[in-house]
Design a protein around this ligand. Structure first.
Ligand code: ADP
Ligand code: MG
Length: 349
């Protein structure tokens, strides 16, 4: 919606595949000693001293992103973040990424430069090496697949399966903002379709729009936990919404859970946006998704170490598997959690 019609446009055919790869990747530097060979051979080579973790994600235009309000630089940044978030959720350090791209000839070189500017910024800020990828054409639209590689000491890797009854359930940051940011952007897109001269004022929504367009993977939380000498018993990142991630932890760890509604961390701008859009803020936190916060469990013995940290909130505790997974509401009723939020979504509670 903010497209500048006077931009320069260099067609991709002019460069050819190898010229394009070279042009997009020439300014990337290798920073990790463990990267023995990056771009430029048939495969990358690395030498990790610890265990290697690897994760990959596929993002498709029209399914996972909408270029009418997602600037390409943000898209490149976000595509890296969603992968790094998975590496951090294993309590690992991310070291490198590969970027595979399919683009239709509707995109000029300048568009891919923007995309790679976002990828480069993410790689710099999070200290990961771009070590390879693949580039091909698509008959329509854009596809991006990023793979992130990291390393961790074997005994520090946190699986989803390690939570025990009585462990505390902890979340970083706050929830629901990315979803509400998307609601604002969707609304502005509809307004723009009717009146293209209407430039939206998004300033009251800057936090939630930024959380949607420029999420930050929580590398800092992994570092914080190390500093505090807290090893989570289980961990997952929140990509699909709190509720579904809690259920993943419960299923993998064979435990139940009590989640306390009043403890769920919400930014004040999320609460006001929920009022404006007439949606329940707890529902948004449970089902909204794309928060890219970390959700983890710790032994009760570690509570004193995390107590009072503004980046971490205890939102519940794990129970015996037979007790099931529940939301305990402000009114002190227990509602069974489902992947969609809670069981009675369609009833009038
Ligand atoms: P191959 O034919 O062996 O697949 P390519 O010609 O596709 O090799 O790629 C040449 C080099 O450039 C490889 O090191 C590859 O990993 C890297 N590369 C290709 N496309 C990209 C991209 N979009 N981003 C980063 N590196 C890329
Ligand atoms: Mg190739």
């Amino acid at each position: 919606m903010l497209e500048d019609k006077n931009q320069e446009r260099t067609s991709l055919e002019k460069l050819g595949e190898f010229g394009l790869i070279d042009h997009l990747t020439k300014n990337f530097k290798i920073n990790h000693k463990s990267t023995l060979k990056g771009i430029g051979d048939d495969a990358a080579v690395f030498d990790h001293t610890e265990k290697t973790v690897l994760t990959t994600d596929l993002l498709i235009e029209g399914v996972h992103f909408d270029l009418s309000y997602m600037p390409l630089k943000h898209l490149g940044y976000k595509a890296v973040m969603v992968n790094l978030s998975d590496v951090y959720a294993m309590n690992a350090t991310a070291t490198s990424i590969t970027v595979s791209l399919a683009v239709s000839n509707r995109f000029p070189l300048e568009a891919l430069e923007e995309l790679y500017a976002g990828i480069a910024l993410a790689a710099k800020v999070f200290n990961v090496d771009l070590i390879g990828g693949d580039t091909t054409s698509s008959s329509s639209g854009m596809l991006i697949s990023i793979t992130a590689i990291g390393e961790a000491k074997e005994k520090e890797i946190t699986y989803r399966s390690g939570a025990k009854p009585n462990d505390l359930l902890v979340v970083s940051g706050d929830l629901g903002a990315a979803y509400m940011g998307l609601q604002v952007l969707d609304r502005e897109k509809e307004v723009f379709k009717v009146n293209p001269n209407n430039q939206p004022d998004l300033s009251p929504y800057s936090y939630i729009v930024e959380r949607q367009l420029k999420p930050e993977a929580r590398k800092d939380i992994v570092e914080l936990l190390k500093e505090m000498e807290v090893l989570p018993t289980a961990m997952i990142d929140i990509s699909d919404g709190l509720s579904s991630e809690i259920l993943h932890l419960c299923k993998s760890s064979k435990v139940g859970c009590n989640l306390f509604e009043e403890k769920i961390p919400l930014d004040p701008t999320v609460i006001s946006a929920c009022e404006e859009f007439n949606v329940d803020s707890t529902m948004v936190a449970l089902s909204g998704g794309e928060d890219y916060e970390l959700l983890f469990t710790i032994s009760q013995n570690d509570f004193d170490k995390i107590k009072g940290n503004p980046s971490l909130t205890v939102i519940g505790h794990m129970t015996d598997e037979r007790e099931g997974a529940y939301l305990v509401t402000r009114g002190n009723t227990k509602i069974e959690l489902t992947a969609q939020g809670w069981n009675s979504f369609n009833s009038d509670n």
